[in-house]
Design a protein around this ligand. Structure first.
Ligand code: SF4
Length: 482
């Protein structure tokens, strides 16, 4: 399909809307004065008319062409223009494709934040829910989910310390690469020679950030070590540096290690996680079906995940998360149900249910089409019903691009076991100081409300330009934190 724009440059936002209906399609673009005369096309033309502007949207799919227009004021800001384009085009797409996306015409990754903003603006959650349903076409079920999460999150947001920050440490290595992976994760065997230098740089960056935290009187609220699979390298030294810089004199609200792949977890590593005060670990089966794990390129079995989960319990962890993915190739609705049922039997404190997101960087991208939307919706609905019945509550939610069925990822937790880091990070309500290649840093305050620091995604670049990167990062952080 061609995305045609004229008189404005909202191409990216139009593409995001179109992806709700054509998730895996690659589009072509036109900025000619007239939309193409033939072929499938989504066009938005903005032209002066009188003392204002006229917006004309057209959608052509197959033989059908729909057109809708609206007069706008000449000073319409871009965010309102986006809404007007969506408002005119979305009903045409629904009618012509027969698809009614569960999150309506919302394309952002944080719908719960949006609901909070609407609530603050209107002074009423009920009014904000109405806006979700009536203006944004969000289904009743998803509106209820977002509203429930909003209310569960609030005490976690309220309990954040003044001047609190989260520390995120990135370990962008994995033992091997899963076929659905689109992160900048690198297999340990390929990157082995980089790891000693990665340690050295990590130590220096932890020191630099630790000094800034002390100098600016910040309180470390949580530490999260993510990746990649952090446990694919020996974490003893990084944990020691973190302990000395951040965790010596103050109790953390949460200290998480994303242990991720069960094939990287050992009795020894879990032992020193406990020694350094880690409070929460994530052991991620993704599925309890061996053939699904094999097809996804994960070299461990369902039993391995169970064994490592039980090991973490035996060694004293009382806050364990498990991740699952709905829509993995070779999985079925029945298979996914069995995975969720098995997880509930094991009784971890939290269970996160993702929907497969197919991005260009994933090995699967070339070879697979999007999973069946109805099947994924059924899986997600089953997880929600089963986990809720078992005493879990949804507490954080985010969406990604190219997600199966355009649904969402939801973290469920037993009351009191919600991950504070996940909530604070997803709500953009706390400064997050990222450390390591691929870690993003965002500082609250500043001209735009939140300032995001440019991240260096690739370990090679991070190591090669480390001194220059750190000088610039320290300069920017001083400016933003001061
Ligand atoms: S464990 Fe996660 S980060 Fe690592 S390769 Fe698999 S999906 Fe990617």
């Amino acid at each position: 399909m061609v995305i045609h724009t004229y008189g404005h440059s909202r191409t990216y936002e139009m593409e995001a809307l179109l992806k709700l209906f054509r998730p895996a399609e690659r589009f072509t673009f036109s900025t000619e004065p007239e939309p193409p005369a033939e072929g499938e096309c989504f066009s938005a033309v903005l032209l002066p008319e009188g003392d204002g502007l006229r917006l004309t949207c057209r959608v052509r799919i197959g033989e059908n062409l729909c057109r809708s227009e609206k007069k706008l004021s000449s000073d319409t800001p871009n965010n309102i223009l986006d809404r007007e384009i969506s408002g005119l085009s979305y009903p045409m797409f629904c009618e012509m494709t027969g698809i009614e996306p569960a999150w309506g015409m919302l394309t952002g990754i944080r719908p719960v934040n949006l609901l909070r903003k609407f609530t603050e603006r209107t002074g009423s959650l009920a009014q904000a829910e109405d806006d979700f349903r009536n203006i944004w076409h969000v289904t009743e079920e998803k509106t209820r989910l977002a509203s429930e999460i909003l209310q569960i999150e609030q005490p976690i947001l309220d309990a954040a310390p003044k001047n609190g920050v989260g520390i995120y440490v990135s370990v962008p290595f994995c033992p091997t690469r899963c076929k659905y992976c689109s992160f900048v994760s690198n297999s340990v065997s390929q990157m082995q020679k980089l790891i000693p230098d990665y340690y050295k740089c990590l130590a220096k960056e932890i020191d630099m950030v630790g000094n800034l935290v002390s100098e600016f009187g910040l309180t470390v609220d949580s530490i999260y070590i993510g990746g990649g699979t952090p446990t694919s390298i020996d974490l003893f030294q990084p944990l020691d540096w973190l302990h000395r810089n951040f965790a010596v004199n103050q109790p953390l609200r949460e200290y998480t290690i994303e242990a991720g792949r069960p094939d990287t977890i050992s009795r020894e590593s879990i032992g020193f996680f406990r020694q350094f005060g880690v409070t929460r670990i994530s052991v991620n089966p993704q599925s309890f079906q061996d053939h699904v794990l094999k097809a996804a390129g994960r070299p461990h079995t369902a039993q391995d995940a169970v064994d490592k989960y039980l090991l973490a319990r035996e060694l004293g962890f009382d806050n364990i998360n498990m991740d699952f993915i709905a829509g993995l190739p070779a999985d079925t609705v029945q298979g996914f149900r069995e995975s969720i049922d098995r997880a509930v039997e094991l009784n971890p404190e939290s269970i996160t249910v993702h929907c497969l997101s197919l991005k260009k960087a994933a090995d699967f991208y070339q070879s697979l089409s999007m999973p069946d939307a109805d099947a994924v919706s059924e899986m997600v609905a089953y997880a929600q019903k089963t986990l809720t019945a078992a005493g879990y509550r949804p507490y954080y939610l985010y969406r990604q691009k190219n997600m199966a069925a355009n649904l969402e990822n939801v973290g469920y937790a037993k009351p009191g076991y919600e991950s504070a880091y996940n909530v604070m990070m997803m709500d953009d309500s706390q400064t997050i100081l990222g450390i390591g290649a691929g870690a993003s840093t965002k500082v609250l305050g500043g001209r735009r409300g939140i300032e995001r620091l440019t991240e260096c995604k690739y370990p090679y670049d991070y190591l090669a330009r480390f001194d220059e990167l750190m000088q610039e990062k320290e300069r920017q952080l001083r400016e933003l934190l001061g």
